[in-house]
Design a protein around this ligand. Sequence first.
Ligand code: DGL
Length: 274
Amino acid sequence: MQKPIGVIDSGVGGLTVLNELTKRLPKEKFIYFGDSLRAPYGSKEKEEVIGYVFEIVQFLMTKDIKVLVIACNTATAYALEILKESLSIPVIGVIKPGARAALKVTKNKNIGVIGTLGLIDSNAYFETLCEMDSTVNVHQLGCPMFVPIIEKGKTEGKELDLIVESTLNPLKKLNIDTLILGCTHYPIIEGSIKKVFSDEVTIVSSAEETANETNLILNSLGICEKRDSDTSIIHDIYTSGDLKKFIELTNKIFSNNLSVLGKLNFIEKRMTKI
Ligand code: DGL
């Protein structure tokens, strides 16, 4: 059954999830959509984001995707349940996997969560973590500046370090031993985030667990690709934004080594709801 897996995000952040997906599932073809033109999602109204997500998903459904991975925490918080109800294919979000990853490593059960304002206001991580373990303390912090900075291409340097340090400062006094990067863009600036905390704080993102969950679902439904290992797969990478900028930024994120993701075909696709 030669069908691709759809992966969506508001921009380049979901590529951190795609990276784990391609590692975990080397025989699968992926179609990624980064909605850079309309990023950030985290400062927009829930209904607006749901509208964008549905528009993208409708487009991906024309490509006959067999599974949808919402590689965006904000979109997961806002749209996962509605998508699950309305689509006939499995839909995987990143919040449960992120929460699971954190619970695996925390010792003192003091967990920090950082994300977009929309994600933090939704309380999605708080509720998911408490459902999985009622004894955890969850400290949440919205970081509205991070996604716009990353989408502009600032992924390292003194200026970024200062913004990250001053934003995350309130979390330093709370004795957290685990920090969830509750936004798929944040692993891109993990270097700056790490500098704020001592080595005692473990930083987790949902990418790996999301890839594991996708693998489990494909296996349980018997819909894994059975291609020969020498088949050369080309992943389609769509952006609603400027193609040149998107490719430049993607190259920067992966240190000019895009081959870690496999063979990529970048395509610009403007969407209608602006
Ligand atoms: N990568 C998205 C997330 O995980 C960023 C959301 C945004 O565009 O603000 O939440």
